[in-house]
Ligand binder design. Structure first.
Ligand SMILES: *Cc1c(COP(=O)(O)O)cnc(C)c1O
Length: 420
């Protein structure tokens, strides 16, 4: 069982929504900090353990600075994400650049920043060398293929587009070694939103075994192993959060075993996003209309442009109504947005307290891959974000988009002169 909380009272929320037009996001800084501390403490046995926060989960520079101040590096996979890090002063090996189908300019920028560059394919060794020369330290992403079972979001590893095959890894590290590279890392990420702690421990067994084999065969040593992100969160009430301490202890035992078998000590890295910010971000929206047809539809002023996980993956997001907490869930309804797409629904046949237009609803677990996935289809605009700070103040950390933002890429003078 997991419990769903929201850090503001119903009256604090109503007061906030009088000042800030809905929809908007609220993030809880204290809980984000506490989660990073729990993760770091679970791996404190490893000298040099580093969490690289996955920027794509919550690409807001205020949130990134919170993570940075807790000692996190940043995991980037695009040029704008690299630039975002540069703007807040995260550079060098505090950046992990894990991209795929990578354009040359992104490799150039990553190299210029001194980032850890994690290659997704063996052909990228050549591409990187031709683009900007090889850096001192190179990491490869391993795809274990049929060695590892599937996971519902990321799918079966052998069907995933990411990473090197096992054979390609041996070949790739040999190429690097023969080119005089001395510093090596290895990466794998084969899960997304995984709730089973054993999954991460099993991944470590496979990865560390492989590292030992590569090390002894090629005579190279690894500085780090990056086991990626993918730690799940209990979106549903009947799910349990991942016990990070247990994951840390389990991987510690695997690590010690491998060191005893002769693997050289290395730093362990992670690049979690979801587990750090997911449960600590909420999308706040107001009920706009209630519609009764073949079903009851609760129309919100938020839509899938603000949070697309339910429409994209059929993901469950808990919805609560703080002003009606304790009232029986007697209204069975589809909770929708206003997009002209029938999958623009936050919930389908959900039991909620009886709602009326004007009610404020809280959509939970939206802090990661929420606002970040926003888009402008149908002229829907991305909403504001606020950070709840320790002590209770609410800091605006991103304004809502305006129609001018929507039109920013168009030249209306050219339109005026255009004879259709
Ligand atoms: C998305 C992603 C992450 C973060 O995943 P979470 O599920 O948010 O922990 C980390 N590393 C890579 C390479 C990713 O693509």
């Amino acid at each position: 069982m997991s419990t769903k909380t929201f850090p503001l009272t119903a009256s604090q929320l109503e007061e906030l929504a009088q000042q800030v037009p809905t929809p908007f996001y609220v993030y809880d800084e204290v809980s984000i900090r506490n989660t990073i501390r729990r993760l770091k403490s679970a791996f404190s046995w490893n000298q040099g353990f580093h969490e690289y926060f996955a920027v794509k989960a919550t690409p807001n520079p205020f949130i990134l600075k919170v993570a940075q101040s807790e000692g996190c590096g940043m995991d980037c996979s695009s040029l704008p994400e690299l630039l975002l890090c540069e703007k807040i002063g995260v550079t060098g090996e505090d950046i992990m650049f894990t991209s795929n189908d990578t354009p040359a300019e992104e490799f150039r920028k990553a190299k210029e920043l001194g980032a850890n560059i994690n290659l997704d394919d063996i052909s990228h060794i050549d591409f990187l060398e031709k683009t900007c020369g090889l850096p001192d330290l190179i990491c490869f992403r391993w795809n274990p293929g049929p060695l590892k079972g599937g996971n519902s979001i990321i799918g079966k590893p052998e069907e995933a587009k990411y990473g090197f095959t096992t054979e390609q890894l041996f070949e790739g590290y040999r190429i690097l070694r023969d080119k005089g590279i001395k510093r090596f890392g290895i990466h794998t990420m084969v899960a997304s939103n995984e709730l089973n702690p054993q999954y991460f421990i099993d991944t470590a067994v496979l990865l560390f075994d492989l590292m030992r084999e590569i090390s002894s065969k090629l005579g190279i040593t690894f500085e780090f192993a990056n086991i990626g992100g993918g730690v799940g969160i209990p979106y549903r009430l009947d799910q349990e959060p991942v016990d990070l301490a247990r994951v840390g202890e389990g991987i510690h035992a695997v690590y010690d075993e491998q060191i005893a078998k002769g693997l050289a000590p290395f730093r362990l890295y992670m690049e979690c996003g979801r587990v750090i910010t997911g449960p600590y971000g909420w999308l706040i929206s107001r009920v706009r209309h209630i519609k009764q047809t073949y079903r009851t539809y609760v129309g919100l002023d938020a839509c899938m442009a603000n949070l697309m996980r339910p429409a994209l993956y059929g993901a469950y997001h808990h919805i609560s109504v703080p002003a009606k907490a304790g009232e029986p869930d007697t209204m069975v309804c589809d909770v929708t947005g206003s997009l002209c797409e029938n999958n623009d629904k936050f919930a389908i046949q959900r039991s909620l307290p009886t709602l009326v237009p004007g009610d404020l609803v809280v959509i939970h677990d939206a802090g990661a891959h929420g606002h970040a996935m926003g888009f402008q289809y149908n002229g829907k605009l991305r909403c504001a974000e606020l950070l709840l700070r320790e002590g209770g103040s609410l800091l605006p950390i991103r304004r809502a988009e305006t129609v001018d933002d929507y039109f920013a890429t168009l030249d209306f003078d050219a339109v005026k002169n255009f004879r259709a």
